[in-house]
Write a protein that binds this ligand. Sequence first.
Ligand SMILES: Cc1cc2nc3c(=O)[nH]c(=O)nc-3n(C[C@H](O)[C@H](O)[C@H](O)COP(=O)(O)OP(=O)(O)OC[C@H]3O[C@@H](n4cnc5c(N)ncnc54)[C@H](O)[C@@H]3O)c2cc1C
Length: 325
Amino acid sequence: MATIDSKIPKGPLAQKWTNYKNHQKLVNPANKRKLDIIVVGTGLAGASAAASLGALGFNVLNFCIQDSPRRAHSIAAQGGINAAKNYQNDGDSVYRLFYDTIKGGDYRAREANVYRLAEVSNSIIDQCVAQGVPFAREYGGLLDNRSFGGAQVSRTFYAKGQTGQQLLLGAYSALSRQVNKGTVKLYTRYEMLDVVIIEGRARGIIARNLVTGKIERFFGHAVVIGTGGYGNTYFLSTNAMGSNGSAAMQIYRKGAYFANPCYAQIHPTCIPVHGDIQSKLTLMSESLRKDGRIWVPKKLEDAKAIQEGRKTANDIPDEDRDFYL
Ligand SMILES: Cc1cc2nc3c(=O)[nH]c(=O)nc-3n(C[C@H](O)[C@H](O)[C@H](O)COP(=O)(O)OP(=O)(O)OC[C@H]3O[C@@H](n4cnc5c(N)ncnc54)[C@H](O)[C@@H]3O)c2cc1C
């Protein structure tokens, strides 16, 4: 039976990754350009990995199926992103975000990695803001939060009902900066077909150029897989048709482990498929939660009454409002 080595560093939970980072071997800056790193995927995972590795000075080859990184399925995410900033002063902390995430994952996630996620969550928000992601703000100008996923605290940062799209635009602009500097080479409309393993390490990929049909090979000193979810292997899913598990299967066949495939996200609040132009379930707008949504009066007479000052917005009941994103 195979032994699974998660490669989680030693030490007390809260210090494992910090200790590791403090003592890990560094690559001489002069050598970074000589190291080729293949990143497959340009969603929030792939685009941010490729942009960061490029900014560090590595030579990055970044692949995606779509004609632009902006079309990765991350664009569909709506609700928001969690961070333990405790802006609401409601008792949040890195530990609480860690605990809630472990609990939300049915106690099956790797604790040290989740702790690291909670620890860096605040820096992720800072980085996104620096990249220009237009998170919702309070009227005073501070970043707003909403409560999400049954948490007792409000720690979710959001951009109307389009958080994924706005985050992806931020990651894409960071990626484009590196493309412009020459550290990242983008391969759009390429589909990875196989991973090349040399002496037990991933050293390259075989990919099909989706425009010409030609099958090409690419070498890398390391390969990063950021090919997204596999929700569409299930009958009902809000994942794009491309989120079909094919990349996961390719690397599984080459020796990567695939854990808990039954754990796929399902959105209960969906518009069912109703016609040829809808290929998948469509998540109802998060804006229907009343955060960041836009509405107009349904009735012309109400619109006129507001314009003429005879009524205010508060006089229009919910059933007479038409909401949209
Ligand atoms: C409707 C919806 C709402 C969501 N809302 C939230 C939310 O509010 N908050 C939250 O945290 N999460 C949310 N999620 C989940 C979140 O959006 C995803 O987990 C996340 O965006 C996945 O990012 P990714 O970069 O891993 O994958 P993706 O964005 O799917 O990117 C995958 C990339 O891999 C490429 N690729 C795939 N296969 C290949 C191949 N064989 N060869 C080459 N390239 C390949 C694709 O072209 C693409 O660039 C939501 C998801 C959905 C569907």
